[in-house]
Ligand binder design. Sequence first.
Ligand code: AP5
Length: 214
Amino acid sequence: MNIIMLGAPGAGKGTIAALIKEKYNLPHISTGDIFRANIKEETELGKLAKSYIDKGALVPDDVTINMVMDRLSNDDCKSGYILDGFPRTIVQATEFEKALQKSNTKIDVCILVDGDDDMIANRLSGRRVCEKCGASYHIEHMKPVKEGICDKCGGNLIHRKDDTVDVIKDRLKTYHEQTQPLIDYYGKNGNLKTVSGFLGSKEEIIKAIEGILN
Ligand code: AP5
């Protein structure tokens, strides 16, 4: 099963993708995570990506598309994948579509995680992520068992640099201008399903996802 996760920054794409990964045993491919790993390792890609991410802008389409296609050519994607944060522009979506057609594959479902800007500002300002494994928590809504420590791997939880009030505003603006049109794009293709970003517990989210995927 090939899945795309679509939605505003902080709507809950990563959280839901991690639950799908656990339940359906599919690789979770987050373009944001790949960029952050490159920034940490100070690669050329990382240096380029940082200059865009720090100001809430998107990394150029050609760089992002090549990176994703490279990742999808790995063996672990042969039986399916969850793409979290890609495509994010119409150019990315149309180029990706062409590549899928060439390889005779398709996207089975695009899951839109729905939310409003107020919810998102709260989610992002309270988010803490594990610097080791990338797991995501919230200081009010999704607390780890031990404050500041990841339940999964024991790593330290940090506040992402782009989760500050000013950068959040820019990320939301970028989302509305460049990514929101993809809701129509995938809606017209007939494989768009919406899940509310307001769902409270993991059990509620899993139930909603099962309703879509089973
Ligand atoms: P990326 O890392 O993909 O950031 P994003 O899309 O802005 O999404 P986030 O990871 O911030 O949020 P999310 O929706 O996954 O929410 P989460 O589940 O963590 O990208 C970063 C940057 O990289 C971009 O700005 C761009 O510059 C660049 N980039 C990436 N992809 C690109 C592309 N394709 N093209 C060009 N550039 C690209 O949840 C948020 C918080 O809410 C957490 O604290 C979580 O615990 C909490 N939460 C989640 N769900 C719930 C719930 N149901 N109830 C209560 N709390 C919840």
